[in-house]
Design a protein around this ligand. Structure first.
Ligand code: HEC
Ligand code: HEC
Ligand code: HEC
Ligand code: HEC
Ligand code: HEC
Ligand code: HEC
Ligand code: HEC
Ligand code: HEC
Length: 465
């Protein structure tokens, strides 16, 4: 636009502008030549990168090396390279020059903020209890770390902080994230990002086994049975129109439906927070749930979908009310009274310096999450054997006995009272009467309050300002 206006003005004032235009043309020719050299030289120097780029949509649309690697003088990581100022990093800001919508949605998401983990108990564990290399090769490879400039080689990236393509990487230009966390360079297709393996780099393991859960769900099974028929490489990929045999992670969380466009904010369809010690509802939970149910309804009837959500809510409320809230309350008492003890039996000074803290941490962060995640994505083995089975076993036969050992009177009184409540009473009742309650359906009835509204027991509260 600016160039066009200048052109019109120049046409009117031919004499004044002629020399400027020639200079511009000369710059343009020189720039084109230099840009062309990136490709010709790297074709030999890094043939793999050249081939990847050549096979993708960017080369097909004349988007070449310099269009992405171009840098401004103000960029802390800019350096002169074969006549042009470039940077190795290509951040969401750079991609956003051409993909504004995607970059803006992504910046608003939890994914972009995933590098802000310094204050977490997980970070304390990796940095202090394990040690720094574990943070770099572990946490930061998924969450993203801060990419620094090498103090010994101005404008080059510090080898201790790069390579890194964590999803919430903190870039020298102030932006968060890396688009190639999901779009493998240098081919950058939509197809690969639609495949579940992609999300599985990060969404797996003992504390968030979404990939394993998906694999064991009917959805994952159906994906493997039918992936060749899912038209994953099609430009348009709308569930129910372009494909219907099975959903992938992207289908449910990011991709289009006949009513919703593609989003780059994976939080827009999530109504619960399944990560914390006690689950809560998300902000605007109802809208977010409607968004997800819209996805399901392309392949399932409304009663099927409602039935699924009823069982899912039931399990989250069960975890919360029976195990999550009481164990959190017990930890609070122990901390308030200074009752935590280190392995020598002295008052524990450090966080994670006592056995009980480890039992508690695994209860919510590992098995407690696995149970909720299993229920949220149709993975029965995770909802039960890797989930609630271990929650129950560890709560009654690890966490509580370890708390008892500390001899805190207030915590013991809390536990005594808790174990007399209906959910926990089975422990002190004889097995015949429990068996009878199971047979007659009375046991199930006791839990029925967990299924019905309010479906989110603790709605989201705005943090106090
Ligand atoms: C004459 C050959 C040549 C030309 C022309 C050339 N490069 Fe390179 N480039 C190299 C070589 C060799 C390396 C590896 C050594 C180095 O880092 O200097 C490299 C490294 C790079 C790196 C990685 C730097 C790092 O931090 O590891 C990027 C990105 C890059 N080039 C992009 C470009 C772009 C964009 C252009 C066009 C403006 C370009 N190259 C032009 C040869 C070339
Ligand atoms: C669509 C944008 C885009 C285009 C086009 C592009 N790159 Fe890249 N390039 C990236 C991204 C993204 C990275 C990863 C850097 C990061 O982590 O931010 C990267 C990294 C690199 C690296 C360093 C990483 C490594 O594996 O060594 C080199 C070298 C490089 N590009 C060269 C090139 C060359 C040569 C071309 C042209 C043939 C090219 N790039 C075209 C986006 C692009
Ligand atoms: C394999 C990849 C991976 C590794 C390694 C990893 N995380 Fe995570 N982390 C994730 C994913 C994925 C989530 C989101 C899980 C979910 O939503 O269920 C997450 C969630 C979190 C959360 C909760 C964020 C929130 O908003 O509630 C924190 C805090 C966290 N991780 C910190 C760490 C720290 C610190 C480390 C290293 C000790 C680490 N993580 C290692 C992938 C990883
Ligand atoms: C969490 C994984 C993920 C991340 C991170 C991600 N994308 Fe995507 N992106 C996808 C998926 C999945 C699709 C394909 C959606 C569909 O069409 O089904 C996609 C599609 C796209 C498309 C094609 C859009 C269209 O309508 O055809 C562009 C462009 C794009 N992404 C750019 C970006 C940019 C820029 C970033 C960084 C700001 C980024 N992506 C980060 C997963 C991701
Ligand atoms: C100079 C402009 C420009 C830049 C910078 C750029 N792209 Fe693109 N991108 C395009 C064009 C043009 C297309 C092809 C037309 C379309 O799909 O919009 C495209 C297509 C895509 C697609 C869809 C590919 C497919 O399979 O259909 C993805 C994904 C994508 N870009 C990601 C990125 C990412 C990630 C970055 C940064 C690392 C980036 N782009 C940087 C211009 C750009
Ligand atoms: C490079 C690692 C990585 C990849 C790849 C990745 N994620 Fe994530 N994801 C994370 C981390 C880390 C979090 C937790 C962020 C936080 O809350 O701090 C997360 C959070 C989420 C959330 C919760 C969002 C919210 O707002 O609560 C969803 C849903 C999600 N990811 C889906 C996906 C899907 C679908 C894909 C693949 C298309 C994917 N992710 C790829 C690391 C990743
Ligand atoms: C059939 C649809 C579907 C598929 C396929 C699917 N998910 Fe989900 N996912 C859900 C639902 C439903 C929830 C819970 C939504 C809510 O809280 O309301 C969820 C929740 C999540 C969360 C949030 C967990 C938290 O801690 O709050 C993450 C992360 C996630 N999924 C990642 C993935 C990944 C990665 C894959 C693929 C390996 C995947 N999902 C496949 C439907 C799906
Ligand atoms: C692209 C189509 C598609 C989408 C979208 C989809 N599903 Fe499915 N779903 C299937 C298929 C196919 C099966 C396997 C049916 C069978 O077992 O015969 C299935 C199975 C299920 C099952 C197991 C049913 C049973 O009989 O055991 C549940 C529960 C389920 N889906 C819930 C959901 C929910 C909830 C959503 C949305 C969050 C969803 N699905 C989204 C295709 C889909």
């Amino acid at each position: 636009m600016i160039a066009r206006t200048a052109g019109i003005l120049c046409a009117a004032l031919v004499f004044l502008c002629a020399s400027d235009l020639q200079a511009q043309d000369a710059d343009k020719t020189e720039l084109l030549a230099l840009k062309g050299k990136c490709v010709t030289c790297h074709k030999d120097q890094t043939p793999g990168i050249y081939q990847q780029w050549r096979g993708g949509m960017h080369a097909a649309h004349d988007v070449s090396c310099y269009d992405c690697h171009r840098a401004g003088k103000e960029d802390p990581d800019a350096f002169m390279h074969e006549g042009l100022l470039i940077a190795t990093l290509v951040t969401p800001k750079d991609c956003g020059e051409c993909h504004k919508k995607e970059a803006e949605e992504f910046q608003k998401s939890h994914h972009a903020k995933a590098g802000q983990i310094l204050g977490s108990s997980d970070n304390y564990l990796a940095g202090a209890v394990a040690g720094h290399p574990a943070v770099v090769t572990g946490c930061e490879s998924c969450h993203g770390g801060t990419v620094r400039i090498d103090p010994a080689a101005p404008n080059k990236l510090d080898k201790g902080s790069y390579p890194n393509s964590g999803i919430g990487r903190i870039n020298p230009d102030g932006t968060w994230g890396s688009c190639n966390a999901c779009h493998i360079r240098h081919i950058f297709t939509k197809e690969q990002a639609r495949r579940p393996e992609h999300c599985g780099k990060c969404h797996l393991g003992p504390d968030h086994p979404q990939k394993e859960i998906y694999e064991e769900s009917k959805h994952g099974i159906s994906f493997h049975a039918n992936s060749a028929k899912l038209k994953l490489d099609k430009d348009s990929w709308i569930v129910g129109i372009d494909y219907s045999l099975s959903p992938t992670c992207a289908t449910c969380h990011l991709s289009a439906t006949p009513k919703q466009g593609v989003t780059h904010d994976a939080g827009l369809r999530i109504s619960w927070t399944l990560r914390p010690a006690v689950s809560k509802g998300q902000m605007d939970a109802k809208t977010k749930r409607d968004n997800m149910q819209d996805v399901c309804r392309n392949c399932h009837g409304p009663r099927h979908v409602e039935g699924f959500y009823r069982s899912f809510d039931g399990l989250v409320n069960l975890y919360n009310d029976k195990f999550g809230k009481p164990s959190a309350a017990i930890m609070k008492i122990l901390q308030k009274n200074g009752s935590l003890k280190d392995p020598d039996g002295k008052a524990a000074k450090a966080s994670f310096g006592s056995k009980v803290e480890w039992a508690y941490y695994e209860l919510w962060h590992h098995e407690g999450r696995r149970a909720r995640h299993g229920a949220s994505m149709m993975g029965p083995d995770y909802a039960w054997w890797h989930g609630m089975y271990e929650v129950a076993q560890h709560f009654y036969f690890k966490f509580i006995p370890e708390v008892r050992e500390l001899g805190d009177a207030e915590a013991n009184a809390y536990i005594d009272k808790l174990l007399q409540e209906p959910f926990h009473k089975w422990l002190s009742e004889d097995k015949a009467s429990t068996a009878e309650k199971l047979r007659s359906g009375k046991m199930a009835e006791m839990y029925s309050g967990l299924y019905d509204p309010p479906w989110i027991s603790a709605p989201y509260e705005e943090p106090a300002k």
